[in-house]
Ligand binder design. Structure first.
Ligand code: EPZ
Length: 442
């Protein structure tokens, strides 16, 4: 299993391009299930999770064509049922994926694929809306929390779907879904996306209240409307969808990855660096940029780029995670890492997931001073971290270990980096381009 070795102590400098967003691309690919016509996506990141989603769709009878712009070295070369790739073009241009679901004949998401990627639940709404039936494996637990999908099921039932959960699978049936008023008990990102997609082909109007306001939800709504849907209010906490009989094909560019952007900004901040990130926008990152400026960084936003210049030593900054537009839980671990070497003590409250401090014990192995009390972490900055062997437990936890490894004196070796490849495109190459000393060990 691959490991990543980082020789720390280098300030990151230079410019890299940000990739398309994993958490936008995953629901977008599922939206193609809603129409018989081809849908083309550009700026699709070259990630393991995208490969898994394409495999899932292909085994349902979707014709998948992907033109890769470069080989990210994570072996995601071939897609079943798709044409062979043309491996050329510049870094960060993203893949172009065309999905043709006209011959959708197997509305099933098997456990073998769903267990590796929870986002597979996003096929449930589109499948039952388009074909009248779906059999989707329940995702099961995850390192960061129980993560049930009861709100997805509750919403589809409100739209008239007959739902049974048997042998670990959700079976959903409906001759045609009906519009409904749905109030989700908590803000759920993929829950909102699943129900919004299903409602596009329902009879009548659906209103989703307490909806997620994440930019990825807006990106999905933009694509659905380009396919002929009638979605309004995305980005707010009340979304209205007027159902239509059918959707048509479209071409959509996946939005930039705000979490990848935030991760590299934190890496530059922690190492005392100066970086410019292109192909991204500060529009989705207000909460994070505020905190980075509070820590003493200079942040300059351009139309499609962000530059960050870090001070010699950061100030400790406290935060509380919450649904968008508040501070994203997917940046909590990375921000904990930068606070480990900041001046002072930071208080970090995690309010979204019940078990999202797994990285803290690994950061302590590198010499960090962190105390955990329930969903609150107290991080007191130390003068320096020391390299050691550490273990990645989930995607964003592994990103925080990368940041700490870049700061630490000596070598840090991160094990189980397959977690990283799920959500960061060509991370080794991008860090090397910024001057970091990283080696992937087999
Ligand atoms: C999305 O997960 C993201 N994944 C996550 O990113 C992100 O951490 C999360 O939103 C929160 O921002 C994708 O978009 C693919 P939720 P999702 O439903 O939709 C509870 C990453 O690192 N809940 O908004 O699964 C749930 O347990 C990943 O890229 C229910 O109880 O998260 C959690 O406590 C990790 N019942 C809270 O709501 C439900 O039916 C929010 O979860 C649904 C959710």
């Amino acid at each position: 299993m691959d490991k990543l070795q980082i020789s720390g102590g280098v300030a990151l400098r230079g410019e890299i391009a940000i990739s398309g967003a994993k958490n936008a691309a995953l629901p977008l690919l599922c939206a193609a299930l809603l129409t018989r016509e081809p849908v083309t996506f550009t700026n699709v990141p070259h990630l393991n999770d995208i490969g898994t989603m394409l495999k899932l769709l292909a085994q349902m009878g979707v014709k998948v064509t992907r033109e890769a712009t470069h080989d990210a070295g994570n072996g995601m070369g071939k897609v079943p049922g798709g044409s062979s790739e043309a491996v050329q073009g510049k870094q960060g241009a993203g893949d172009t994926v065309t999905l043709d679901a006209s011959a959708l004949d197997n509305p099933v998401a098997p456990y073998e694929l769903v267990k590796t990627m929870r986002a597979a639940i996003l096929v449930l709404g589109p499948l039952v809306a388009r074909t009248g039936e779906a059999k989707v494996s329940l995702p099961g637990g995850c390192a960061i929390g129980a993560r049930p999908v009861d709100q997805h099921i509750k919403g589809l039932a409100a739209m008239g779907a007959e739902i049974a959960v048997e042998h670990g699978y959700v079976h959903a049936k409906a001759s045609r879904l009906k519009g409904a008023r749905i109030f989700t008990d908590m803000v759920t990102v993929t829950g909102t996306e699943n129900l919004m997609m299903a409602a596009c082909l329902a009879e009548g109007e659906t209103v989703i209240e307490n909806a997620a306001r994440e930019p990825e939800v807006v990106d999905l709504a933009t694509c659905l409307n380009a396919m002929g849907a009638r979605v309004s209010g995305a980005g707010g906490d009340v979304i209205r969808i007027q159902g239509v009989p059918a959707l048509h094909g479209a071409t959509h560019r996946v939005m930039p990855d705000r979490i990848e952007t935030g991760t590299y900004l934190c890496a530059a901040a922690a190492t005392g660096g100066d970086v410019r990130l292109t192909g991204t926008s500060s529009a989705y990152l207000d909460a994070l940029i505020d905190k980075l400026m509070d820590s003493g960084c200079e942040v300059a936003a351009e139309r499609e780029a962000i530059r960050l210049k870090a001070p010699a030593r950061l100030n400790a900054v406290s935060l509380r995670t919450a649904p968008y537009p508040a501070f994203p839980t997917d940046m909590q671990a990375q921000f904990m890492a930068i606070n480990t070497v900041a001046e002072g003590t930071a208080v970090i409250r995690e309010t979204i997931f019940e078990n999202r401090f797994m990285h803290a014990v690994e950061l302590i192995r590198l010499g960090a001073d962190i105390k955990i009390d329930g969903n609150t972490a107290f991080v007191t900055g130390v003068a320096r971290l020391e390299g050691a062997n550490v273990m990645a437990t989930d995607l964003r936890a592994s990103a925080s270990l990368v940041i700490a490894g870049l700061v630490a004196q000596g070598d840090t070796v991160i094990e189980r980096i397959y977690h990283l490849d799920r959500g960061y495109e060509a991370l080794d190459q991008k860090l090397t381009a910024l001057g970091a000393r990283v080696v992937r060990l087999k």
